[in-house]
Design a protein around this ligand. Structure first.
Ligand SMILES: Nc1ncnc2c1ncn2[C@@H]1O[C@H](COP(=O)(O)OP(=O)(O)OP(=O)(O)O)[C@@H](O)[C@H]1O
Ligand SMILES: [Mg+2]
Length: 248
């Protein structure tokens, strides 16, 4: 066990003389469901953008299954998928099925294989009935599932959810939580960034707290949950970690 999927070693990123990421190192292990919490501006999204190649790294700082991503820069784009906070920023197709086909189409999947991939991920996200709709007219929760389907269609090894619950109503939160748990049950490696700890912490096996560009804690959620309020994160009112979910 403890099969290392991702190793991040000493990432630092400076903008305007401020270290927005300050010597970040952590590992992701097979089957991890990692929760990342931190105040606004602590560097969470910026770090995730480094993990899937949106910010090119300047030296050997990220290793995917032991392979140096500095030497193989398309590796992270293929193996790490991010579901961003705002689905509108991620939607590119005029129909749901075109949107979901965009990513795999870009990496050369076509014809029958592409159609099958799209049908599979739409079904997995339970949005097959929306296939011919214009994604922009969908509800927030439906859009979120379209963007998850689009990322799943690339079959990444690591899925990153950046604030998955923002803007969702109660059924939307339930639906996205169930999608996350389904992906976890399939054995996907998942990173969830959120301020809403009470919606998801019950299911996470690890937790990282970020502050001012640094990882200040990396450990077990039940050991770290009482520390979050030191870093401008609201501690859920539930006493026990197992109750930090909206699923009943
Ligand atoms: N392209 C960029 N150019 C300059 N500064 C940037 C850039 N991207 C991020 N930053 C800065 O890096 C810091 C961390 O930003 P980041 O988006 O990672 O915060 P965050 O932890 O995701 O916060 P939030 O909870 O508000 O989403 C911020 O101060 C931000 O202004
Ligand atoms: Mg962010």
């Amino acid at each position: 066990m403890n099969n290392k999927i991702l190793e991040v070693r000493n990432i630092t990123r400076t903008f305007d003389n401020i270290k927005c990421l300050d010597n970040i190192s952590f590992n992701l292990y097979s089957g991890d469901f990692l929760l990342i919490a931190g105040a606004n501006g602590s560097g969470k999204t910026l770090l995730m953008k480094h993990l899937n190649g949106l910010f090119p790294i300047k030296r050997s700082t990220i290793f995917f299954k032991g392979e140096d991503c500095y030497k193989k820069d398309d590796l992270m784009k293929k193996r790490v998928g991010i579901i961003f906070q705002n689905p509108d920023s991620q939607i590119v197709g005029l129909t749901v099925k075109d949107d979901v086909a965009f990513g795999p189409g870009n990496i050369g999947i076509k014809g029958d294989e592409l159609n099958k991939t799209v049908a599979r991920v739409l079904s997995e996200m339970e949005i097959s009935h929306l296939s011919d709709k214009n994604p922009y007219i969908l509800s927030g929760g439906e859009k979120k599932r379209v963007t998850i389907a689009g990322v799943l269609a690339m079959n990444p090894d690591i899925l990153i959810f950046d604030e998955p619950f923002i803007g969702l109503d109660y059924p939307g939160v339930i639906s996205v939580t169930k999608s996350l748990l389904k992906l976890k049950a399939e054995g996907r490696n998942i990173i969830v960034i959120t301020h809403d700890l009470e919606k998801i912490a019950a299911y996470c096996n690890r937790m990282i707290i970020m502050s001012k560009g640094k990882i200040v804690h990396d450990g077990l959620p039940n050991e770290l949950i009482d520390k979050v309020s030191d870093y401008s994160i609201r501690r859920p009112f539930q006493k026990d970690l197992k109750d930090m979910t909206w699923l009943t």
